[in-house]
Design a protein around this ligand. Structure first.
Ligand code: ADP
Ligand code: MG
Length: 473
């Protein structure tokens, strides 16, 4: 009995201490954060020299642990009630020692919760356990080379980044373009910029995949309230690669509600995607139209000038290596697929030069990159196909462009159209244009005709397959 009385006294002391700590936390972090995250924490008692705090959900436990855990621990130390204590956060409202039937629910020592957080008021959190994703320090506006293909997207991003509030007509800012053309780079640059210039604005950057993952996790642990609350408490929400949630119905639904809630509260949204809103076929119509509400800016395929500019800028960041302009021009000319591949090529050349310690020349570059160059060369052109097919059937290349209908030229022409469709990524109208300005229906007809012939006549099928192999080599 005496022991129990003593315990209660200690717990009373601890409860008073917690009230004081709460006041300090409130003063430190402000009302909004205090009310969302800290006020719901209850002092639940002490047990084996541990202070037990209860939190409403697992999500809040993780969040509090990683963002405020260290501060809370420090404040407890200052209270000097215990010596050498630990803090356990438990989920649920169970009070320790109140009765045998309410055991501590999954106590977690503070040490087990990631405390290495770098929350600084408007943090983009970077741990798998949390919502946001890490920002790449290299992806800044300073390191982004602007050229014709990306000038609109860049200008829009800068505009949004420079503004202290939502930019009218730019909410959401929807950036789209092919793989490796700099969408993620631009988004990170935006986030860095806002962090540096408006530290009071809370920025959350995450991929659509992570959005879905977090959402599913919240559903599983019945923490959707906390999930929603957290998403809706930010000032700037960035979702990268939104095409990922096309076709994922419930995630799309959640995204739609988050989207609406944020726009209603006049918060800034920035979305990236690999295609335009209207091309998001598996996305619900209402979501699609919402995505296109603000400013839609596309990033086009790179030009030679932009590629060269990017190479030069990347080299400026590595003053220890010199690469002759000829080599840079060669790379800009040859590696046309996307910026990521271009960067990769440059890195290989630089790595080779520094490892071997020999100056970089056109020859060494070609040697180091032979596989990459071959892959970029392997992209078959319609011109090649026409040449090879004409050669094979012993007709003139110019017959490919002519309007002559005699069987001896019409059939090879159809074969060339068929191969162009099969081996290049050109559209039917583009192919038609290459064959002396023919209509896309003519190309379509040719493709069908050859397919039929191949299906019914194995000799023709063999012949065309042989041609295909010739063209590919
Ligand atoms: P995406 O997200 O569109 O697939 P990323 O943003 O990941 O493309 O870009 C791929 C790589 O190319 C990154 O390393 C990025 O820094 C670089 N990059 C792309 N565009 C530019 C540019 N305009 N200037 C400098 N670097 C660029
Ligand atoms: Mg990306």
């Amino acid at each position: 009995m005496g022991q129990l009385a003593e315990l209660q006294t200690i717990d009373d002391l601890l409860a008073d201490a917690w009230t004081r700590i709460g006041g300090k936390l409130n003063a430190m972090y402000g009302d909004a954060i205090y009310r969302s995250w800290l006020k719901p924490i209850r002092f639940a008692g002490s047990e084996d020299g541990r202070i037990v705090l209860s939190v409403p959900t697992r999500f809040v436990r993780e969040w509090v642990g990683s963002h405020y855990g260290e501060q809370i621990a420090t404040l407890w130390l200052e209270e000097q009630v215990f010596e050498g204590y630990a803090i356990a956060y438990v989920v649920g409202a169970a009070a320790v020692g109140a009765s045998a039937e309410s055991p501590v629910n999954e106590p977690v020592a503070l040490d087990n919760i990631i405390t290495a957080s770098n929350w600084q008021g408007n943090e983009v959190v970077d741990s798998d356990l949390h919502m946001g994703a890490a920002l790449d320090p290299r992806y800044t506006f300073d390191n982004y080379v602007v050229g014709k293909p990306n000038e609109l997207a860049h200008a829009a991003a800068r505009r949004v980044a420079d503004s202290a509030a939502v930019v009218p007509g730019c909410n959401p800012l929807f950036l789209y373009g092919g793989v490796g053309l700099g969408k993620t780079h631009l988004m990170h640059a935006l986030a860095w910029h806002i962090r540096a210039n408006s530290p009071q604005r809370r920025v959350l950057y995450l991929s659509a995949e992570k959005f879905m993952y977090q959402f599913i996790k919240a559903l599983r642990f019945k923490e959707t309230m906390a999930f929603k609350e957290q998403l809706r408490s930010v000032d700037v929400l960035m979702i990268d690669d939104v095409q990922f949630i096309a076709g994922k119905d419930s995630t799309q639904e959640e995204f739609f509600h988050t989207f609406n809630a944020l726009v209603d509260q006049n918060k800034q949204l920035i979305i990236s995607c690999d295609r335009s809103p209207s091309d998001l076929e598996d996305m619900e119509e209402r979501v699609r139209s919402r995505l296109g509400w603000g400013l839609v800016a596309d990033i086009h395929a790179t030009t030679y000038e932009l590629r060269l500019g990017i190479l030069q800028s990347k080299l400026e960041q590595r003053p220890e290596v010199t690469i002759p302009p000829k080599v840079l021009e060669f790379l800009a000319h040859k590696i046309t697929s996307n910026v990521r591949e271009l960067e990769g090529a440059l890195n290989r050349v630089v790595a080779h030069a520094t490892l071997v310690g020999r100056p970089v020349t056109l020859e060494t570059t070609q040697e180091v990159l032979h596989d990459l160059l071959r892959a970029n060369d392997r992209r078959i052109s319609i011109d090649d196909i026409q040449k090879q097919v004409a050669n094979h059937y012993n007709i003139k290349v110019s017959d490919m462009h002519s309007a002559r209908r005699s069987r001896s030229v019409a059939r090879p022409r159809q074969v060339a159209m068929y191969l162009s469709k099969k081996l290049t990524s050109k559209s039917l109208p583009e192919i038609g244009r290459k064959f002396g300005g023919k209509d896309h229906t003519t190309v379509m007809h040719a493709v069908k005709r050859i397919e039929e012939l191949m299906a019914s006549d194995s000799e023709i099928a063999n012949d065309i397959e042989l041609l295909e192999r010739i063209v590919q080599n």
